[in-house]
Design a protein around this ligand. Structure first.
Ligand SMILES: [Zn+2]
Length: 184
């Protein structure tokens, strides 16, 4: 899935909370976006392993959500949205494709690392690869939906930019892989 899709999925997960507690919408959005993007910083280490916790991530996510429910402040809401977003990202890498840049000639079977059983999980490919038509459709649908909930100007701007980038990337995806050559 695209980074933008991860961000929009995380926004969609916290959106119902933002509807119930609109005064917390901004910290929820900031936490969700950062948490939805953060795991991929491990591209500098072992990508989809160092900062991806598809199973164990549920523990901090549940703890963060419980704390925010008990003591609802902008800080606890933001932290909860971050850990929930990061866990959702790792879990959705499992149901998506592998991290390969060229899924047509160079697919991989390593979706995301399961630290509990110490092995790689195989990609489910519900979303076949990042920038696939279904990936773009998901990103655009969730992005448009979150526009209804998050009304701060700059968040709306960020969402619209994310939708534009998602659509452009998906349109050019095959060509980008071809330009980069078969060995990327
Ligand atoms: Zn990832």
């Amino acid at each position: 899935m695209m980074a933008t899709t991860h961000g929009f999925v995380a926004l969609a997960v916290v959106a119902p909370v933002a509807v119930v507690a609109p005064d917390l919408a901004t910290p929820l959005a900031v936490g969700a976006i950062l948490g939805g993007l953060a795991p991929d910083l491990d591209v500098a280490f072992v990508h989809r392993r160092t900062l991806h916790f598809p199973l164990l991530g549920a523990i901090p996510a549940a703890a963060g959500a419980a704390l925010a429910l008990a003591v609802a402040t902008p800080a606890t809401a933001g932290v909860a949205a971050f850990v929930v977003g990061a866990w959702t990202h790792a879990a959705s890498d499992w149901i998506g494709g592998g991290p390969e840049f060229d899924p047509w000639t160079n697919p991989t079977e390593r979706a995301v690392y399961d630290h509990v059983r110490d092995r790689w999980l195989r990609p489910r490919r519900w979303v076949r690869y990042d920038g696939a038509p279904e990936d773009a459709a998901l990103a655009i649908a969730l992005g448009l939906g979150s526009l209804v909930v998050f009304e701060a100007r700059w968040i709306e701007g960020l969402i619209l930019a994310g939708i534009t980038v998602s659509a452009g990337y998906a349109l050019l995806r095959r060509r980008i892989a071809a330009w980069a050559g078969p060995d990327r």
